[in-house]
Design a protein around this ligand. Structure first.
Ligand code: GCV
Length: 842
C-alpha cells in the first residue's frame, strides 16, 4: 500500500509540475482509472470535505465507501478520514434515505427517488455543510458514489451540488455467452472470467472487478453462461459453485442469473420428459429453484433460449413458448425470480426456394399471438432487429406487438457482426436510432425505449439486456476502444435520452483523460466508426455481407444464399434485396403498425439505408441520393476503406498524448482494420461487378494498377492456388508454400520511377501456424515478420487476409523485389499480392 501511495504521489507531483501525465496502462481499469488530475483541475475540488461517514452497514455500502476513498485518493491524492458518526466538520455522507430521515427530514420528504435512483446534494446536517450521497436502496448509494467520482474525473464542479438521477427501467442486465469449458461463444477477448475446465474458476478476482465495472454504469443483473446452455449448470453439485459467483457479485449490487436448457428435467433430472405441461416437470423446476434460493437468496432468475438453432423447446411437445416460460416462472415466483424468454425463435431450415419464406417474420409470428399469456414475472427478450445484430436492420416489429407482456430489448456489445473488436465500431449511435424509433403504437409517440421500459403499455417490468462477452484479456474486450460500447450500453440502459456525443466524450475523458485534443479526436473517431464500418460491409440494409456460415468476420457475400438460415439478400444478375412488401413480397411489413407498414411498403418512402431489407430492386434503381444502387455499392466501399485508413491518421495525431501501451495496441488494431477494409472493399465490389456486369463509373472496381499479383511473380517453391470464395483474394488466386517445400520465394522487377515508396504485402495469417516472411530489395532485407495473429481462420480467405505495410522504401527501376515465406503447421505462408505506391501516398 505504501508503495502504491508513493507511486501515486510521484505521478501527481510530476503532473502538477506540468510534465505530460502518461502512465503505463493495460486497460484493465477501463473508465475507473482514477488517474491523478492536473493541478489546475484538482484545485476545483479543494473544498471537498476531508472525511466520509457511512450511515449503515452492508456489503454494498462498504463497496461505496471503499470506492469513494479509492477514487479520491487516486484523483486528488487525498485520503478521506473515515468517521463513524456525523462529525463536527464538513463531510461526505453516504447512506440510504431511510438513514437520513432523522438528520434531514426535508431531504427525506422531498427526494422522491425510485428504486436504484440517487441524489447528490450539498446540504447542511445539524448546521454543518455536507455532501450527501443517498438513494432509496444501498445500490442507489453506490451508483451515486460512482456518479460523484465520474464528475470529479471529468473535472465537473461538485460544490454546490444537487443532482438527482433515476434509472429509466428496472431491468439493466448483461448476458455472457460463456461455456463451462471456458470458451465464449462470440467472445473476442480471451477465455471466460467465470468458467474453466467445466467448473467455476477457483480465482474469481476478475469477476469481482467486472461486477465493479458493471455497477459503475448502473447494471444490476448478469447471466453468466451461454444461452446455448449446458444443463449441467443446474446439477446439484454445480449450485455451490454458482453461489460463489453470487457472493462476488453481491457487494456490487449485481444479481446472478443463469441461462437454462429447457430439457434439463429430462437430461439431468432423470424424468422421461421435459413437457412443460407435465406436473412432474413443474415439480422438478419448483424443487430446483427452492434449492437454488436456499444457497443464493438474491438469485435473479433465468434466461431461456428454446426452439432455436437446434435448442430443444416446447415445440417438441406441441406446447407454446408461453407454456414453457410459465412453468419456470411459476417456480420462480415465490422467490421473486424472473424468466427472460428469448424471442429469438426461428426455423433455420427454411426453404430458400420459396420467395414467401422470411426469417424476419419469425419472432412476431411466434410471440404476438401469445400476448397476454405470459406470467407477470416473464420478460420477452427481443433482439433489436428481426434478423441477428446485423450492421443495419430495421427495428423489430415485435416491440409494438406485445402490449400485455413485459419486454426487454437485447443489444450486442460483443461485435459479432460488426468487426469482432478488430474493427472500431462504436454502437451507441445505432442503439440510439433503435431506442428513439417511434413504433407508432398509439396516439402519442411510442419510442422503443418507452415500450421496453414498460412506460407505454404500463408494464411493471422491463428494460435492457446486452450480450457483452468480456474475457480474460487484461482490457476486457480486446480492442481498447471497444469498452466504449459497454460503457455506452450501461449509460443508455440507465438513461436512453443521453446522446451519443455525450456518451463518447464522457467515456473518452474517463478512459484517456481530459486533454481536449484527445477528447475531441477519440470521441470523433468513435462517432464516425459505425457508419464507416457499415459503408464497407453491409450496403443499403442488405445485411452484413459476411461469411454467415462461419466466423461472421470477413466478407462472404454468397454465404447467406441457397441455405435455410434465412439471412438472404437475394442478389442475382439483375438486382438485389428481399421483397418484404405485402403486395408482392413476404408480407413482413404488415407486422408493423399501419403508418410504418405504409412507409416501408413503398419504394418512395423507404429510407435508402434500409432499401434492400424491404425491396428487391434492379442494380440500376436510383436511390434518394441520386446514385444507382450499384454505384452506391462501389462508392460506399471505396469511401469506407478510405475513412478507415483515415482513422489511423487521426489516431497517430495523438502520439505522445496517451500512454504508449494503449496507443500502440489501438494503432495496431486500426492498421489491421484499414487493411481489412480493403479486403472487404475488393471482395464486395468484385462480387457485384461480376454478377451485375455493370462497371464502376469511376473505374476503380476490378482495376488495380499498382498491384503485382503474387501468382504473376517468379516463383520458387511457391505454387498458385484458387482461393474460395474467389472474391476474397485479388484475382481469385494466391500462392502457397505447401509441403514438402520448407521455404519459398516470389520475385519481380520494379519498373517504376526512382523514388520513395510504400509497399503493402497482402498475405494470409491463419490460426493454425506461424509462418515467417521476409521482403528483400536487391538482397537487402527491408522487412521481416511472423504471421502470428489469432484471426478466426484456418485457411486463406477473407478472414485471414492481412496487410503488412513497409514504409520509407527507396526504389529504383530494375530493383529486384523478393518475398520469402517459411510455412509453419497448416499455414503455408500464402501471399495474395504486393501493392507499391509513392510515399507520401497521393
Ligand atoms: C448464442 C446468433 C449467434 C449465435 C448465438 C445466437 C443467439 O445466431 O451467431 O452464436 O448463440 O445468435 O443469439 O442465440
Amino acid at each position: 500500500m505504501r508503495r502504491f501511495l508513493h507511486i501515486t504521489i510521484c505521478v501527481a507531483l510530476l503532473c502538477g509540475l506540468g510534465a505530460r501525465c502518461v502512465r503505463a496502462e493495460t486497460g484493465a481499469d477501463a473508465w475507473l482509472r482514477y488517474a491523478p488530475l492536473d493541478k489546475s483541475v484538482a484545485e476545483k475540488f479543494s473544498a471537498l470535505p476531508e472525511s466520509v461517514v457511512v450511515l449503515g452497514d452492508s456489503p454494498i455500502l462498504n463497496s461505496a465507501n471503499a470506492e469513494l476513498i479509492r477514487g479520491i485518493r487516486g484523483m486528488l491524492v487525498r485520503t478521506l478520514r473515515e468517521e463513524k458518526n456525523l462529525p463536527r466538520e464538513s463531510a461526505i455522507v453516504l447512506g440510504p434515505l431511510s438513514a437520513l430521515r432523522a438528520d434531514s427530514p426535508k431531504l427525506f420528504e422531498q427526494a422522491d427517488l425510485h428504486e436504484d435512483g440517487f441524489l447528490l446534494a450539498t446540504e447542511k446536517l445539524h448546521g454543518i455543510d455536507c455532501l450527501i450521497v443517498t438513494g432509496t436502496t444501498d445500490r442507489g448509494v453506490l451508483y451515486g458514489v460512482f456518479a460523484l467520482l465520474s464528475r470529479i474525473a471529468r473535472g465537473e464542479s461538485v460544490s454546490p451540488l444537487h443532482e438527482k438521477q433515476q434509472p429509466y427501467a428496472p431491468i439493466r442486465w448483461v448476458d455472457q455467452w460463456d461455456n463451462l469449458d471456458g470458451r465464449i461463444e462470440r467472445g473476442y477477448a480471451g477465455p471466460s472470467i467465470f468458467f474453466e475446465n467445466g467448473n467455476v474458476r477457483a480465482d474469481l478476482t476478475r469477476v469481482g472487478e467486472y461486477a465493479r465495472l458493471l455497477a459503475s454504469i448502473g447494471i444490476n443483473g448478469c447471466a453468466i453462461n451461454n444461452v446455448n446452455a449446458n444443463p449441467r449448470v443446474l446439477e446439484d453439485s454445480f449450485l455451490p459453485q454458482l453461489a460463489r459467483v453470487a457472493d462476488v457479485f453481491r457487494p456490487w449490487g449485481v444479481r446472478l442469473s443463469i441461462s437454462v436448457d429447457l430439457s434439463s428435467p429430462k437430461v439431468i433430472g432423470g424424468l422421461d420428459t421435459f413437457d412443460p405441461a407435465d406436473p412432474r416437470v413443474a415439480e422438478w423446476w419448483r424443487k430446483k429453484f427452492d434449492d437454488i434460493y436456499r444457497q443464493i437468496p438474491d438469485f435473479a432468475g433465468v434466461v431461456v433460449k428454446a426452439d432455436s438453432e437446434g435448442r430443444l423447446g416446447p415445440a417438441t411437445y406441441g406446447r407454446t413458448p408461453a407454456d414453457a416460460a410459465n412453468v419456470i416462472a411459476r417456480a420462480l415466483a415465490p422467490h421473486h425470480g424472473i424468466v427472460f424468454y428469448r424471442a429469438f425463435v426461428y426455423n433455420h431450415h427454411l426453404d430458400w426456394t420459396n420467395p414467401k419464406n422470411d426469417r424476419a417474420k419469425a419472432a412476431y409470428d411466434n410471440f404476438h399471438p401469445l400476448d397476454g399469456k405470459f406470467g407477470g414475472n416473464v420478460i420477452i427478450q427481443i433482439k433489436h432487429g428481426p434478423i441477428d445484430f446485423q450492421v443495419r436492420e430495421p427495428v423489430s416489429p415485435l416491440f409494438s406487438g406485445l402490449e400485455k407482456t413485459n419486454e426487454a430489448i437485447e443489444l450486442q456489445v460483443t461485435q459479432e457482426y460488426t468487426g469482432q473488436q478488430r474493427h472500431l465500431c462504436f454502437l451507441p449511435p445505432m442503439w440510439k436510432e433503435v431506442l428513439d424509433f417511434d413504433m407508432h403504437a398509439g396516439e402519442r409517440p411510442t419510442p422503443v425505449k418507452d415500450i421496453v421500459a414498460g412506460k407505454t403499455f404500463h408494464r411493471p417490468m422491463g428494460g435492457f439486456v446486452a450480450v457483452v462477452n468480456v474475457g480474460m484479456d487484461a482490457n476486457w474486450l480486446g480492442h481498447p476502444l471497444a469498452m466504449a460500447n459497454l460503457y455506452g450500453y450501461g449509460r443508455l440502459a440507465w438513461n436512453p435520452n443521453l446522446d451519443s456525443k455525450t456518451i463518447a466524450e464522457e467515456w473518452t475523458r474517463l478512459s484517456f483523460g481530459n486533454d481536449p485534443a484527445v477528447v475531441q479526436t477519440i470521441s470523433g473517431m468513435l462517432r464516425a466508426s459505425w457508419p464507416i464500418y457499415e459503408s464497407y460491409t453491409g450496403p443499403l440494409g442488405a445485411g452484413t455481407l459476411t461469411d454467415i456460415l462461419g466466423s461472421h468476420f470477413g466478407p462472404g457475400v454468397e454465404s447467406s444464399e441457397r441455405n435455410g438460415w434465412g439471412q438472404w439478400h437475394r442478389a442475382d444478375h439483375d438486382g438485389i434485396g428481399m421483397d418484404r412488401t405485402a403486395a408482392t413480397g413476404t408480407g413482413y411489413v404488415d407486422q408493423y403498425s399501419a403508418p410504418l407498414a405504409k412507409k416501408y411498403e413503398s419504394l418512395k418512402t423507404t429510407p435508402d439505408e434500409l432499401l434492400l431489407f424491404f425491396h428487391h430492386v434492379r442494380y440500376t434503381y436510383v436511390l434518394h441520393s441520386g446514385k444507382t444502387v450499384i454505384q452506391h455499392i462501389y462508392d460506399s466501399h471505396y469511401e469506407g476503406a478510405e475513412q478507415a485508413a483515415n482513422l489511423v491518421q487521426q489516431w497517430k495525431s495523438l502520439k505522445g498524448r496517451l500512454d504508449e501501451e494503449r496507443y500502440a495496441e489501438v494503432l495496431n488494431r486500426l492498421e489491421f482494420q484499414a487493411g481489412h477494409a480493403i479486403v472487404w472493399r475488393d471482395a464486395v465490389c468484385n462480387w457485384f461487378l461480376q454478377i451485375s456486369g455493370i462497371p464502376d463509373k469511376l473505374g476503380r472496381a476490378g482495376h488495380y494498377p499498382d498491384r503485382i499479383e503474387a501468382e504473376a511473380m517468379q516463383l520458387q517453391g511457391y505454387v498458385p492456388f484458387e482461393v474460395v470464395p474467389r472474391e476474397t483474394a485479388s484475382g481469385g488466386k494466391a500462392i502457397e508454400c505447401a509441403p514438402p517445400a520448407r521455404e519459398c520465394s516470389a520475385a519481380f522487377r520494379f519498373d517504376g520511377a526512382a523514388g520513395q515508396y510504400e509497399m503493402d504485402v497482402e498475405y494470409f495469417d491463419q490460426n493454425n501456424g506461424k509462418s515467417k516472411f521476409r521482403v528483400l530489395v536487391d538482397e537487402r532485407i527491408v522487412d521481416e515478420w511472423a504471421a502470428d495473429d489469432h484471426l478466426p481462420a484456418a485457411k486463406p480467405g477473407g478472414d485471414s487476409s492481412t496487410r503488412r505495410r513497409i514504409i520509407g522504401l527507396a526504389l529504383r527501376p530494375g530493383d529486384n523485389i523478393r518475398i520469402e515465406g517459411v510455412p509453419d503447421g497448416a499455414e503455408h505462408a500464402a501471399v495474395d499480392y504486393i501493392e507499391i505506391l509513392p510515399s507520401p501516398r497521393p
